[in-house]
Every structure is written in C-alpha cells, then in structure tokens.
Design a protein around this ligand. Structure first.
Ligand SMILES: [Fe+2]
Length: 131
C-alpha cells in the first residue's frame, strides 16, 4: 500500500527551491523561548504568483528516542496576487516563510514541511539539543 510519506520529497535546499530551510539555534536552554523560521526558496527563489506558490508551511517536533509527533504550527500563506480584476493583479503576496517562538524541554528533531500547489510536499529536518 502506498503511504503519503512515499510522496514527500526532499533535496539539497541550496539547489532545490521547494525545500523549507529552518533557521534556529542548534542548542537551546530547557524552557527558554527561541525563534524558528522556515523559509522556502532561500537560495533558489520559488515563484509566488496566483498560479504557482507555496500554500503552507508546517513545523513538527519529535523528541529524541520517542515515536510521537507533535505539531508545532501550521502557517497558511493565502495571498498570492489574486484579485477581482484577475490573477497577479492583487496588492498582496505572502512571502514563502513562517516564523514562530517556542520552548523545548527535551532534545529532538524539528521537521518542516512545505506545500507547493504545483509540485507537492517537501520536507527538511533539523536536530536541536536542549541543555
Ligand atoms: Fe513549485
């Protein structure tokens, strides 16, 4: 049987425009807030038009040695130049990025997924050590 994970793509973010790139500390203090950003197209810009854009970015966390996945946040990017007068004539484009603050009690792995309306699901991962 096919699984959704069979279709989640990943690649070198420096060469592939769809891979979400997370920026956050490698090591944090337990319970101390820090900022995580996830950006699509950091090195190779992704289009942001009514016809082709990033719809959402999601963050998940899996504590080291555990099997449970925790959803951190889901960021919907809804403005891509659409307007009553036609595609790409609107006044707003949401950038293909998400930022949030969080606190961790355990080390683990953050996963970022992005969804392109044309090219599907992409993911990346980053380990964070809690001291
Ligand atoms: Fe795309």
């Amino acid at each position: 049987m096919e699984r959704l994970s069979d279709f989640v793509k990943t690649a070198d973010w420096a060469k592939e425009k769809h891979v979400p790139v997370m920026d956050c500390p490698d090591s944090v203090q337990a319970g101390q807030a820090f900022t995580v950003s996830a950006c699509v197209g950091k090195e190779v810009p992704h289009p942001n038009t009514t016809e082709h854009h990033i719809d959402w970015i999601a963050l998940h966390f899996v504590p080291a040695g555990e099997k449970n996945v925790y959803e951190v946040g889901r960021f919907f990017l809804n403005a891509h130049g659409q307007a009553p007068t036609g595609p790409n004539e609107g006044p707003i484009h949401t950038d293909s990025s998400a930022v949030c603050n969080l606190k961790l009690q355990k080390s683990g792995t953050l996963f970022a997924t992005s969804y392109c309306n044309i090219h599907g699901l992409w993911e990346s991962a980053k380990q964070i050590t809690v001291q």
